[in-house]
Ligand binder design. Structure first.
Ligand SMILES: [Zn+2]
Ligand SMILES: [Zn+2]
Length: 260
């Protein structure tokens, strides 16, 4: 009997050479292009330079992380240079924005005026996390947070996976209850699900990972102090706009409401 050595369908990697050439760049790819632009603002490297080869490779990895293995000549260095040049156009003539790709403009509007070091930090975190299994571990859950946000999809996924890690979430809730006479409530606004929805809401609270996206590194353990317990409203508000609110920012917003 002939043996079938091919792996079960589930484990087969997505077909190579199946990626159409002109797939629009993802948010993360534009962020990496902007980083290269800001690094070489005065004088861009050539299409065959080491920088463009590296950028091309990183963009292929992003594609692989978000959508499966890309075709062989996907995002070639010369093509990648043209994307970097989009930021040169935007930098020199803001008026040209309506002729440029929307995602490039969004990324430019958020980070174009920031120091290179700030963008480099985000780019570095993306490059480190591209390879992380955490990125592949969830589907498109990041969309939940991302309606109005210009943010790295890769880092958002890592963030989401970490705050949904059931083991650590249970430990966090237990610790919090130990310290608060068995109660669970929002650390920002004190909302208590068990109070508002008697019996039905017992034990419910959401977990938010407070580490800034640019500081996420692949494979690191989430510490209990990296998590904050929030009600659904506060958690949504944290993720509603870019940059995401930190706990202090959330507190200030809530104080503003109290002061009215
Ligand atoms: Zn709250
Ligand atoms: Zn969160």
């Amino acid at each position: 009997m002939a043996r079938n050595n091919s792996p079960p369908a589930l484990y087969r990697s997505p077909k190579a050479n199946s990626t159409p050439k002109n797939v629009p760049l993802s948010q993360d790819e534009w962020i990496l292009c902007l980083e290269v632009y800001l690094r070489h603002r005065g004088r861009l490297p050539k299409g065959n330079s080491r920088e463009m080869h590296e950028l091309s490779e990183s963009m292929r990895r992003i594609r692989a992380a978000l959508a499966g293995k890309p075709a062989e000549h996907f995002r070639p260095p010369y093509g990648v240079l043209r994307r970097v040049q989009e930021f040169q156009y935007l930098d020199r003539d803001p008026e040209c924005a309506d002729k440029k790709p929307k995602r490039a403009c969004d990324v430019w509007n958020v980070w174009g005026e920031k120091p290179h070091a700030t963008v480099a930090q985000i780019a570095e975190a993306i490059k480190k996390c591209i390879v992380a299994e955490e990125v592949q571990a969830v589907g498109d859950v990041h969309l939940e947070y991302n309606y109005h946000v210009v943010e790295s999809q890769i880092l958002t996924r890592v963030h989401t996976v970490r705050e949904r890690n059931q083991r650590i979430v249970i430990l966090k809730k237990e610790k919090f209850q130990d310290e608060n006479k068995g109660r669970l409530f929002c650390e920002a606004c004190d909302f208590d699900f068990a109070n508002r929805y008697p019996r039905h809401g017992d034990g419910y609270i959401e977990c938010h990972h407070i580490k800034p996206l640019s500081e996420l590194r692949p494979g690191e353990e989430t510490a209990l102090d990296d998590l904050a317990l929030l009600c659904s409203n506060c958690h949504r508000m944290v993720h509603y706009r870019r940059p995401w609110l930190d706990m202090r920012g959330l507190e200030q917003v809530l104080n503003r409401a109290d002061a009215r």
